[in-house]
Design a protein around this ligand. Sequence first.
Ligand SMILES: [Zn+2]
Length: 291
Amino acid sequence: MRPECPYRHIHPHTASGNRKIVRLGSYRRKSDGRRVKRFRCNECGKGFSHATRSACYKQNKRHLNDRFRKLFASGISQRRLARLFSVSRTTVVRKHLFLASQSRGKVQRTETTEPVFEIVEFDDLETFEHTKFKPLSVFLAVEYKTRRVIDLEVARMPAKGKLSARALKKYGPREDERPAARRRLFERIQSRVSSVAIFKSDMNPHYPLDLKRAFPHAEHRRFKGRRGCIVGQGELKRGGFDPLFSFNHTAAMFRANVNRLFRRTWNTTKRPDRLADHLMIYAHYHNSTLI
Ligand SMILES: [Zn+2]
């Protein structure tokens, strides 16, 4: 099949469709040995191939993508992956970035054929970057029952309680990015969640206003809850009826499968944006395979 010229949006093309595309042989791709067809556009004179517009264009280790995606979502560390597959840590980092952007696109999108979300549970789970003096908050929205991850945001926050004085002394003031992150998330999911949806959360005093901005007609049900602990499966520990079960179960799954959330001292997150990347890879795997 003859594709359309990938450059037709860059240079204006007068011919419609693919009328001026000619075959130009093929080449054998080094990274996986596949034959890739080449074409030329006689209107702009540019050459291209079936690979040009592929998401994996110019990747040398495309065969690892799927395995890496599963393993990143299964608690394997980046170092261990590099060792197991005899690739450099640079390759692992590149794969992490690539898979995160792919996963983010999948998680943050609802197909046009799918219904909008009607019941949403949201809350934040806490972790930290590198030291407990620099806590992070993961703001997470989950669909009730199916436990599908709708979206998430990672935000810096100042240390609380007994830690706050020492944290201030050691690292200086730390901005609270949580309000902005909450608003970003609510705005982003506006088109995918029913405007009269039911939102469930704990009693956090900041939630009602932030939610009202993006969803003025939604119903907000608030429940008395307990805080999750930083490491372990705190969200799930207590028995009895849990009004935020879908959220808490999902949070526990994150903690069980994203290695940066396992422990206080080993492979902790050094960068909040990379934590967000990692959570997105897990979230996509969770949505597409686990639930
Ligand atoms: Zn062209």
